[in-house]
Design a binder for this molecule. Structure first.
Ligand code: ZN
Length: 291
């Protein structure tokens, strides 16, 4: 039996086919161009697999996830203008008479990490997965369900206390300026320093400022949701950066709540090379098939 995964990002699409042990059997990736061209490439790819039983899509957003909404399955008001009001799920459904699950990119990743934790009997009932890359977002799984009722959470746009050494930086979110995404997404490195993040050494104070903001996000998540674990993925994140985040988190928490060993509480993804969403999609496709 084969399961399909579409990880739809703003810059690239990763399509994969796997089995019910969540192992990848085949994988392809291509650039996100126009909706028509990109979705056709995804359709053409999956047409090659006659044994495909279900598909799951983890998409960039914002997306409509309310099943009874007229635009269920659409990418809605994304800053990527060409992708506004695109019936992503509908396009797939026109081409495949299969169960198809539809959720956000970060929910897909969160579910992948949750699935791995359950598989390896880590006794975890909940977790929050953040991505810090071109954009910032987070998904939360609690007992196998996603957090979010009237829509998916938009944690990337929460407001934070500004770092005293960063007050002159206006932030780069087109909607809010200095929200979390506007302060810590990958492109903020170039906006602040003129250099890409990968060229800014970890000793540079910009990283401490970033860690201060990311630690606040982890703190808000802890206080608001109390997940068993917070995972950070995406291009900006490294183990060395997370050490800075843990240290700032500890200061901000100031002993109020014991979250256990911080090295286990705030971590990188267990699935390597940004593969969490693919595992999550396989698991969600299987769940949709067995419903
Ligand atoms: Zn914002």
């Amino acid at each position: 039996m084969l399961l399909g995964s579409i990880e739809a990002g703003g810059t690239k699409f990763v399509c994969a086919v796997g089995n019910d042990s969540y192992q990848i059997i085949d994988k392809i990736q291509f650039k996100t161009t126009t909706p028509t061209e990109t979705l056709q490439k995804a359709v053409d790819y999956f047409k090659k697999f006659a044994d495909l039983k279900a598909i799951s899509i983890a998409s960039f957003g914002p997306i409509e996830i309310r099943k009874h909404a007229p635009k269920y399955g659409y990418i809605t008001d994304t800053p990527k203008k060409k992708w506004q009001n695109i019936d992503f799920l509908g396009t797939l459904k026109q081409n495949f008479n299969l169960p198809i699950y539809w959720t956000t990119d970060v929910n897909g990743s969160a579910y992948g990490e949750y699935t791995m934790a359950v598989l390896f009997n880590k006794q975890i009932n909940s977790l929050t997965y953040y991505t810090i890359g071109t954009g910032v977002g987070a998904g939360t799984v609690i007992n196998g369900q996603f957090l979010g009722d009237t829509g998916h959470p938009e944690v990337g746009h929460i407001r934070l206390k500004r770092h005293p050494d960063d007050l002159d930086f206006p932030g780069i979110c087109p909607y809010h300026g200095d929200c979390l995404e506007g302060l810590v997404c990958g492109p903020t490195f170039e906006a602040r320093t003129g250099h890409k993040g990968q060229d800014v050494p970890l000793q540079n104070h910009t990283w401490d400022i970033m860690a201060y903001y990311v630690a606040q996000a982890a703190l808000q998540t802890t206080l608001g949701i109390r997940p068993a674990k917070i995972i950070f993925g995406g291009g900006v994140v490294s183990e060395a950066f997370l050490d800075k985040v843990r240290s700032q988190f500890d200061k901000l928490m100031n002993g109020y709540i014991d979250v256990g060993n911080l090295n286990d509480y705030i971590t990188m993804p267990s699935v390597k090379e940004n593969g969490s969403a693919t595992v999550g999609n396989f698991a969600l496709a299987l769940r949709e098939l067995n419903k």
